[in-house]
Design a protein around this ligand. Structure first.
Ligand code: AMP
Length: 587
């Protein structure tokens, strides 16, 4: 293995990373840095998250930038605000000695005027989400003409989120002789196309086997009834001493629900999803990063790219439909050479997905049992005992307080004292787990899960509603479902079949919520167009063959409100709020 000194980086960068505690380059850094330092090559880096990609492109980029020249020389595009901020923080840490360097982060959902001011001061490097960058280009704040390097980080995810058009627009506006460095955890056809269209003989690097997860991640699953998923989650959390984890749910509603239940049940948890304000997201991320928050419940999009060290567990309340999402989720743990567990809480019908993931990642899942109530109690009391044994005693200061304590406990035996101390915390668990049943049933035919309570399963008869939005507006079923839930302020269980057409769509509603939803959409405008809802007069009866499993059709899909070019429009809508009509919240 080479040392950082041997890669050709300048002395000040080597010193900066040494101070950050990086001793040796990671494989992607060892391979990419010497190539990129030449400054005249395109590169495709196929690397999992957590492999040190940021430094692999960041360090050579910093050496190639002309600090004395205030023009924008490099663009780094990333899928989410969190990842953009993280990249900037890393670059700032690497470049502590470069006093004239100005790195600016721009992303949607925050004040554009502040970002404009910062860019106008002269930013040699701009780290951006694609939608907001396009806005700044259109406002002539960012000049692409001087750009020499474009980095596409987590390219697969940017495309997943619908940023394809924006990326095309940005890349085609940059000079022909620029260098494009593309990093991606997976290499779907769309990513290949970008490399074909915008890169010349790119060097290709692969770290780890293709599509293979990080070796330090242990993949596990527990098999339970759908309705027991939340109970299983609690048991796993209770059983695991010092757990520090991310719990993934598929939708914002599920995420919020799980977080709220955990908080109510006394856990140190919070939610992270696209419906939160930027300030709320920042607060949650800050407390998770500094570890005052123990359990982060998140959607795929919101938690994308999060780099928090020492995450012990990634827990999947449901498995994502796309395997790539599984890779991204589990990549939140086992970062920088550490070990971690990716744990799926599944029911029988998810078993197909488990084997699909196994095949693609070439990794085996270990089936583990949800601990019984007794096992949790045993584990808890031992953890408590060890904590008591290892506690640091401040001999000097405690001494003066002890006589009174001894006096108070004078009639108790050693055994009694131990019992009582242990019980202080333990009683809560004992109470909760008394008579707790075994959750390892291996799936049942029950279709209603904790999360889906009140879900489409309960949907029976309803009205058919016309809406003048459809595929042509970039709408997908999940988006429409989200809009109806948001504006109608109803649960998704009240919504039946959704028929998405070109310029319009139909959806079904339980009769008792129809007028509420129609009212909720009143006055809503999308891109200057009034949104119109109408009852079609058709009624729909529940068919006998529509038993379980239907909720999947309605419930699935990430709706994080930050999808691709639509994010851009949303940002614009927000920036221009007040021009009549109601502001569009998302999609
Ligand atoms: P990344 O894949 O860039 O998100 O990096 C994952 C984590 O590894 C981050 O926390 C980095 O700070 C850390 N890291 C990157 N390179 C090294 C290195 N050479 N030695 C130790 N840690 C590193």
């Amino acid at each position: 293995m080479k040392s950082f000194d041997a890669l050709g980086l300048s002395g000040q960068l080597v010193e900066a990373i040494r101070q950050m505690g990086f001793e040796n380059p990671t494989p992607i850094q060892e391979q990419a840095i010497p190539i990129l330092l030449q400054g005249k090559t395109d590169l495709v880096g196929l690397a999992q998250t957590g492999t040190g990609k940021t430094a692999a492109f960041g360090l050579p980029l910093l050496d190639l930038i002309d600090e004395g020249n205030r023009t924008t020389q490099a663009l780094i595009l990333a899928p989410t605000r969190e990842l953009s901020v993280q990249i900037t923080t890393d670059l700032e840490n690497f470049s502590k000695g470069m006093k004239d360097l100005n790195i600016v982060t721009v992303y949607g959902g925050a004040s554009i005027s502040e970002q404009i001011k910062k860019v106008k001061r002269g930013a040699q490097i701009i780290v951006a989400t694609p939608g907001r960058l396009i806005d700044l280009i259109e406002r002539r704040v960012v000049n692409l003409g001087t750009v020499q390097y474009v980095v596409l980080d987590e390219a697969d995810e940017m495309l997943n989120m619908g940023f394809k058009d924006d990326i095309d627009e940005i890349l085609s506006g940059t000079p022909d002789e620029k260098n494009v460095w593309l990093f991606s955890a997976t290499m779907p056809r769309e990513v290949r196309e970008i490399s074909k269209n915008y890169m010349t003989n790119p060097q290709e690097l692969t770290v780890g086997e293709r599509n293979q997860g990080n070796e330090n991640i242990e993949h596990q699953f527990v098999l339970v009834d759908d309705r027991d998923k939340y109970l299983a989650l609690k048991r796993l959390v209770d059983y695991t001493t010092d757990i520090f984890g991310v719990i993934f749910c598929r939708t914002k509603i599920d995420t919020q629900k799980v977080a709220e239940h955990l908080i109510k049940d006394g856990y140190n948890a919070d939610a992270l999803h696209g419906d939160l304000t930027q300030a709320q997201r920042d607060r949650v991320m800050k407390s998770f990063k500094n570890k005052t928050l123990q359990l982060l419940v998140a959607t795929d999009v919101a938690a994308r790219g999060i780099d928090v060290s020492n995450i012990t567990h990634v827990i999947h309340m449901n498995l994502p439909d796309e395997i790539e999402y599984y890779t991204h989720r589990s990549g939140r743990t086992a970062r920088a050479g550490k070990k971690g567990i990716s744990m799926a809480i599944v029911s029988k019908r998810d078993m197909g997905k488990i084997s699909q993931i196994e095949k693609t990642l070439k990794r085996r899942f270990t089936k583990i049992s949800v601990p019984t109530g007794d096992e949790v109690c045993q584990k808890k009391i031992m953890a408590l005992t060890q904590k008591m044994r290892n506690v640091e005693v401040n001999e000097e200061e405690i001494d003066s307080f002890l006589p009174e304590v001894y006096h108070e406990l004078r009639d108790l035996s050693k055994e009694d004292i131990i019992k009582r101390f242990a019980s202080i915390e333990f009683n809560r668990f004992l109470e909760y787990y008394r008579d707790a049943r075994d959750l390892n049933k291996g799936g049942s035919e029950r279709k209603q899960s904790f999360i889906d309570e009140g879900g489409a399963e309960n949907y029976t008869t309803g009205d058919r509603i016309f809406i003048n939005l459809g595929k042509m507006d970039g709408l997908e079923k999940g988006d429409l479902l989200g809009l109806i839930c948001d504006y109608g302020e109803i649960d998704k269980g009240k919504i039946g079949r959704i028929d998405l057409k070109g310029a319009y769509s139909f959806f079904e509603l339980e009769k008792d919520v129809t007028s509420k939803v129609l009212k909720g959409f009143e006055g809503l405008e999308v891109r200057g167009r009034k949104v119109r809802l109408e009852m079609t007069g058709e009624r729909r009866e529940k068919r006998d063959d529509e038993g379980g499993g239907r909720h999947k059709r309605f419930g699935g899909g990430e709706r994080d409100g930050r999808s691709g070019s639509r994010d851009r429009n949303r940002d614009r809508d927000r920036d221009r709020a007040g021009r009549g009509g109601r502001e569009r919240k998302r999609w």
